[in-house]
Design a protein around this ligand. Structure first.
Ligand code: AMP
Length: 396
């Protein structure tokens, strides 16, 4: 069964075509700058060179037209006919309380997704555009929506209700939702396989540390807390996002003359490691600057490590223990130094890292020593595969 996985942003569209009988990627690619000058599709058939299509694309449908033509092209195609696409899985950002798991998309689901758009105005409308474009181009092909928030819907109320007046939750649906759920779910399931244990017996803490970063407490396969909130701004320090700050800072800045929009932009785009270091939002640049003696770059990284560590500590308390800690995403998968820095403060969990294993890259691996009381793992995330697996399960 071939599944096309689509991840639509406001001006971009990522895709992967997977053969789910073997769970292999047949082709993948990215359309960028849709509706803007310089639009381009980069198409990568498995085992072959990348192909670039630089041509104007006004809409996501036009981008998908190019992608579909590339998929069946005589030279760089990987299927003969679009009929070989059996189903489409869509990454969808916000499912609010409506979607606690993945779902087959129909008109009623689309209507409910529109209702969730208020909570993710930058993301959900783009996801819906992708869904409509696929409906037109692949009529009759079943589609599945996989929500970033769904995995976190198992959190208990004490974890997700903010101590604001309760009507704020009832009237405006203000609560903690959490994000990166597809990634946290994928790596926690893979961790159980790696440890040879039933996920129903494990207490895991998953650290998705990329440009956006979040931690999740997963007890017996179910998320019971996570660090992002109503929006992906909450929790850890990130590339450009501030994470948790005293909420009173916002009216304080507004009293100083900043508009709400300015503060919002500051917190989302000008804060985090970029804001503290003044160097870059890319952790690699900040690490290079810190090594060259830049004190603010060092401080930005120290804050990051401190927050990851203290969030792990909070989740050990929330679960009354932990069996395994997982590192994933750009920094979590690639930076042995940062993993070691986080773990160096977790001796009370009986953690001992195997330095040689911690220095490896690109594979799912236990990086703690055999006698380490809490296991530590690096697991490359694969949200596309998780989306395709859900799609097969629902329509296969
Ligand atoms: P992601 O959002 O998951 O694509 O992750 C991107 C982030 O991972 C960027 O800020 C990169 O700087 C960071 N990253 C990737 N490789 C490394 C590395 N070897 N050391 C530190 N950070 C890294």
């Amino acid at each position: 069964m071939n599944v096309l996985v689509i991840n639509c942003g406001s001006s971009s569209l990522k895709y992967q075509l997977l053969d789910m009988d073997t769970e292999t990627v047949l082709a993948k690619g990215l359309a960028e700058r849709i509706g803007i000058d310089g639009a381009v599709v980069v198409h990568q058939p498995a085992g072959k060179d990348k192909v670039k299509f630089e041509q104007p694309m006004e809409t996501h449908k036009e981008a998908l037209d190019i992608i579909m033509a590339a998929l069946v092209d005589a030279d760089h195609g990987v299927i003969k006919d679009l009929k070989e696409i059996d189903a489409v899985g869509h990454r969808t950002v916000h499912g609010a309380e409506t979607f606690a798991s993945s779902v087959v998309i129909n008109d009623e689901v689309i209507k409910k997704m529109e209702d969730c758009s208020e909570l993710a105005p930058l993301h959900n409308p783009a996801n819906l555009i992708g869904i409509r474009a696929c409906e037109e181009l692949l009529p009759g092909v079943p589609m599945v929506g996989v929500f970033d928030t769904a995995f976190h819907q198992t959190m208990p109320a004490e974890a997700y209700i903010y101590p604001l007046p309760y009507e704020m939750y009832e009237k405006y649906r203000i609560r903690k939702y959490g994000f990166h759920g597809t990634s946290h779910r994928f790596v926690s399931l893979t961790a159980a396989e790696l440890l040879g244990e039933n996920i129903g017996n494990l207490k895991l803490i998953s650290c998705h540390l990329g440009n956006g970063a979040s931690v999740a407490a997963i007890r017996y396969g179910k998320c019971i807390d996570t660090s992002m909130g109503l929006t992906p701004l909450a929790g850890l320090e990130m590339g450009t996002r501030c994470g948790d700050i005293d909420p009173a800072i916002i009216p304080f800045l507004c009293d100083k003359g900043y508009t709400v929009d300015q503060v919002n932009t500051m917190m989302n785009k000008e804060s985090g490691v970029l804001g503290v270091s003044g160097v870059s939002s890319d952790f690699r640049d900040v690490e290079a600057a810190a090594e060259a003696g830049n004190e603010r770059a060092k401080l930005a990284l120290d804050i990051f490590i401190y927050r990851v560590k203290t969030t792990i500590g909070a989740y050990v308390a929330a679960m009354d223990g932990v069996d395994g800690i997982i590192f994933t995403a750009g920094l979590g998968e690639n930076s042995s130094k940062d993993r070691a820095a986080v773990c160096s403060g977790l001796k009370y969990l009986g953690i001992q890292l195997d330095e040689e294993k911690n220095s490896k890259r690109g594979e799912a691996l236990v990086i703690s020593t055999p006698d380490s009381r809490t296991k530590v793992m690096v697991i490359p995330t694969n949200e596309e595969l998780m989306i395709a697996r859900d799609t097969v399960e629902l329509v296969g």
